[in-house]
Design a protein. Structure first.
Length: 314
């Protein structure tokens, strides 16, 4: 009898934990299903104020799982187009609870250097389609958005080498796609990390330690990160960064005061990357470095892409 009571309470406990974890996961979806202009100014106002005089196109493309992704494509100035019909292009992917406008501060420098830029709204963000399976999947499904962007460029644009810049979840997606897609020539990963339990604790401070581990493990199982990563409650970046070709350079940019994805985790990723790599740490920056060190960030990133996407050019 006592054994039956014990089993009953164990089942109740597991059921409650599972329901709580699902609530946390899907509460993100409902919280994020708000209009584009809920927190930010209108699209046209943003690009006109941030990129005066730049020509851009409103574009969209379909992912492999049938979601529509909306984006801006900004070609280089005409004087650069006269030098080459296939300019290098940078794909920019924001992080969670943000949109394509995150990298507007970087756009003028990239454009001036003669590179095109494709700035997209990831799934569940901005004006792109909503994916009911998960608002954020630590770069796993977001990598499909990047792949669709690469396919769009190949089909509709004459372009040279391709670089990717991403922040937080966007950086995880950049690592994921670069580990398997040989069309990418260089990437910049900003404020990246892989410890899901740590991130869950920071976002949901009211949940106990054990539940943050349970939540992270369930999330990793649901989004397909693999059993090993689910057990360790982490995203797949640590495995995937090892698969990035030696010839593909990676610039890691991080803030020393980042409390959401601590510096030690990006240092693990940096050590795991084979071949060409750089690590830049800003002492006074927190998560999403560009918001704290915009001028330095823009200089570092534009210089990095010019070096690796424009061979022989200084």
């Amino acid at each position: 009898m006592s054994l039956n009571i014990f089993i009953f309470f164990v089942l109740i406990f597991l059921f409650w934990s599972f329901v709580t974890a699902l609530f946390i996961i899907y509460s993100q979806h409902f919280r994020n299903r708000k209009s584009y202009n809920y927190l930010l100014p209108p699209l046209q106002e943003s690009i006109k104020s941030g990129c005066i005089g730049l020509i851009y196109e409103d574009i969209s493309f379909i992912t492999s799982d049938r979601l529509t992704i909306n984006a801006w494509y900004v070609p280089p100035p005409e004087n650069h187009l006269g030098c080459t019909h296939k300019p290098p292009v940078i794909i920019a992917l924001h992080g969670g609870m943000d949109d394509r406008r995150y990298y507007l501060p970087l756009l003028p420098a990239i454009n001036k250097a003669g590179l095109a830029m494709l700035m997209l709204d990831g799934r569940n963000h901005g004006t792109s389609d909503f994916d009911p399976r998960g608002m954020t999947t630590v770069g796993i499904r977001e990598a499909r958005d990047l792949k669709a962007a690469l396919d769009y460029l190949d089909k509709h644009k004459q372009h040279g080498k391709v670089g990717i810049v991403g922040v937080s979840n966007g950086s995880a997606a950049a690592i994921s796609i670069t580990s398997s897609d040989r069309r990418v020539s260089a990437i910049v990963v900003e404020s990246t990390g892989y410890n899901v339990q740590f991130i869950a604790q920071k976002i949901y401070r009211w949940i106990p330690l054990w539940l943050s581990y349970f939540f992270g493990s369930v999330l990793m199982l649901l989004v397909g990160s693999g059993l090993k990563n689910a057990i360790h409650c982490r995203g797949p970046q640590l495995d995937l960064v090892k698969k990035i070709p030696i010839s593909v350079p990676v610039l890691f940019i991080h803030g020393r005061k980042d409390h959401l994805t601590p510096l030690r985790y990006v240092e693990h990723l940096y050590k795991a990357k084979r071949g060409q790599k750089e690590l830049v740490v800003y002492d006074n920056a927190r998560h999403a470095v560009i918001r704290f060190e915009e001028r330095k960030f823009v200089a570092h990133v534009s210089r990095f892409f010019i070096k690796y996407l424009f061979p022989g050019r200084k």
